[in-house]
Design a protein around this ligand. Structure first.
Ligand code: AMP
Ligand code: MG
Length: 411
């Protein structure tokens, strides 16, 4: 069959197709249990409830004397109450003696309140006098006592489904004695680079060859979306090799992202390979850069063919894949906002296609980066991109544009 583009689809149609594919193939998301040690940044797949009361016992929140508040009601600097100390309770001890009227127990912060006591007077307001303790301040019932279950009652939700496990949430979960948590399994994304001209960056430079940069930039972008990238390497523009690499890659990955070989040139194999091994859903999107994008299905899984040009590959990733990968990994693009700023100078666009232009933001102005989509330097220099509607040919200096930033996202 020919490799010519099918009908170009517009971007909203592409989104619709991709959204439906994600829903059909990857819903509901997989869940796994991870040790708390490895839980930072992961997304909770279920509510986590506390199996215990927290604190698990009435607990001292100050160093001092545990006593009956009524024994101190008339205590003052001039007229201290005199109580008998019957026990010393350190954190971790189990109190042995009941505190009765006229008695008290020395207690440390974090220790369990002995039976009979209902308040603590801080050690600063007391004085030892042989076996007696002089109490110089009155206390109210409950003073400096954290009641059992007052922090988190048993069966209360500590962290909700969908929340990202922050240090604070991990702290609360471990305080409840939970060591494993149910999280959304990180989708595994295979990454293949295609092209006879490509060599690994670890190789020596060779005539006619270029280093594969897409594998690495896409892997970082995938990680950025909360997914697990697996770089599968470089494949030649060879029908058999490419078919084999795609099928093998899909055995161990949920989604496969390829780059290169999506156009209609002699060496561009992807369309034929996907057609013969599965189904091509989209070939060609009316945007710039990134027209030669291919979306298909092989073995019931999604294959996303990005164009080879590094800028095109990353912009298409950002526009068409990032939102869905983030949703799949549970890292819904919270705070993924555009920033509206004026253009620093006039910008020409091509009519008829939505145009995504790389930009740099400096002194609250937007500077378009005017290089073609093969230019690596423009990528490294860019802070984000702007979207120019298809019917706009010129954007005047000073006109307000919305910048989609290449956000660093914590993984
Ligand atoms: P293609 O989409 O295969 O026609 O490639 C378009 C351009 O992108 C060519 O100049 C390729 O050499 C370049 N290219 C393709 N794949 C990669 C890659 N993995 N890393 C860097 N450049 C690439
Ligand atoms: Mg190629």
């Amino acid at each position: 069959m020919g490799r010519e583009f099918l009908d170009l689809v517009d971007i909203s149609e592409a989104h619709k197709i991709i959204r439906n594919l994600f829903k059909e193939i990857y819903h509901p998301p997989r869940m796994e249990k991870v040790n708390l040690k490895n839980a930072y940044g992961r997304v909770l797949a279920q509510d986590v409830k506390s199996p215990i009361d927290l604190p698990p016992f009435n607990r001292a929140s100050r160093d001092g004397y545990a006593l009956k508040a009524e024994d101190t009601f008339h205590a003052s600097e001039d007229n201290p109450s005199t109580l008998k100390c019957i026990e010393v309770i350190e954190a971790g001890d189990i109190p042995q003696k009941k505190v009765k009227r006229g008695c008290c127990s020395r207690i440390s912060t974090g220790a369990q309140i002995p039976e009979g006591a209902d308040a603590i007077v801080m050690v600063e307001y007391t004085e030892e006098d042989d076996d007696n303790i002089l109490i110089y301040r009155s206390a109210y019932p409950g003073q400096h006592i954290t009641p059992k279950g007052s922090d988190i009652p048993k069966n209360d939700i500590i962290a909700r489904k969908g929340s990202i496990l922050s240090p604070e949430k991990i702290g609360a979960i471990s305080a409840a004695g939970i060591s494993k948590v149910p999280v959304i399994a990180k989708p595994k994304i295979g990454i293949l680079s295609t092209g006879n001209e490509l060599i690994e960056p670890s190789n020596d430079q060779a005539p006619g060859k270029i280093f594969d940069s897409n594998s690495h930039s896409i892997a970082a972008a995938v990680k950025n979306c909360g997914c697990e990238p697996k770089i599968l390497g470089i494949v030649k523009d060879d029908y058999k090799e490419l078919s084999k690499a795609i099928r093998e890659g899909l055995l161990e990955c949920d989604i496969l992202i390829t780059s290169g070989g999506t156009s209609a040139g002699a060496g561009d194999m992807l369309r034929e390979v996907i057609h013969d091994n599965g189904e091509v859903m989209i070939h060609g999107i009316s945007i710039k850069p990134g027209k030669p994008t291919l979306i298909g299905k092989v073995d019931g899984k999604l294959v996303f063919g990005l164009p080879g040009f590094p800028v095109s590959a990353l912009i298409i990733f950002d526009v068409l894949l990032r939102p869905y990968l983030m949703e799949l990994s549970g890292k819904t693009p919270l705070g993924y906002h555009t920033i509206e700023l004026p253009l620093a100078h006039r910008l020409h666009s091509s009519k008829g296609r939505i145009h995504y232009a790389l930009v740099k933001v400096k002194n609250s102005k937007v500077y378009p980066i005017l290089k073609d989509s093969g230019a690596i330097a423009s990528l490294a220099d860019a802070d984000g991109y702007i979207k120019i509607p298809k019917n706009v040919e010129i954007l005047e200096e000073g006109s307000k544009v919305k910048v989609s930033p290449f956000l660093p996202y914590e993984c």
